[in-house]
Design a protein around this ligand. Sequence first.
Ligand code: SF4
Length: 236
Amino acid sequence: MKAAIDSIESFGLVDGPGIRTVVFLSGCKLRCKFCHNPEMWAIGKNNFTKKELVEKILRNKPYFKRNNGGVTFSGGEPLLQIEFLLEVCLTLKKEGIHIALDTSGVGIGRYDEILPLIDLVILDIKHITEEGYFDLTGQTMDEFNKFVDSLNLKNKKVWIRQVVIPNVNDNIKYVEELNDFLKKIKNIEKVEFLPYHNLGNEKYKKLGINNPYIEKEVMSINKCNELYEHFINIRN
Ligand code: SF4
């Protein structure tokens, strides 16, 4: 069995603890207006066997051991290539590798099978209301909600990521509602706010894909930090 992998980063420092090998699987069902990786939307050519990928990851095992690192599956949306992901994670689990899953929670099911193999879930919150979620992603929240149900059932550690976008969710009301919304998700260890940037604009141009945020201003880092401080204050 082969999977479509866009790229592999050997020394990732932000997608989970320690030094990590980050595997970007291509394919995504969402169309986030703020996406800076539109080249990963389509599932590309299958280019890696399970054996090839596992061997590549295991080459970095000495670094993982020294730095409490591991592997992170990201994308695109790694849950779309679930059969492959299950097989690879099963093998890596036996090798004692720490496995993180960076996901929007919008896959094609089998969440109860994959989550027991995962040590940390890095979950993107697109929006907290049905209306806002649909407007930003073009999808309903149904699949995300199914994933969150499995996440709670399996009691996994969670890091939350929220992109903060000008005139969409850069306000106190949203931050306070986000705080309430996150009470539905168990075992949250960390919440990050990421300011919207437009570094993906060139990619849309090159790919000839319509960019709904072509005119969008970037998010002020200071304002994003202020909102984060407010969030931390009400959370504690
Ligand atoms: S889930 Fe990620 S890869 Fe998919 S459209 Fe949204 S930001 Fe892009």
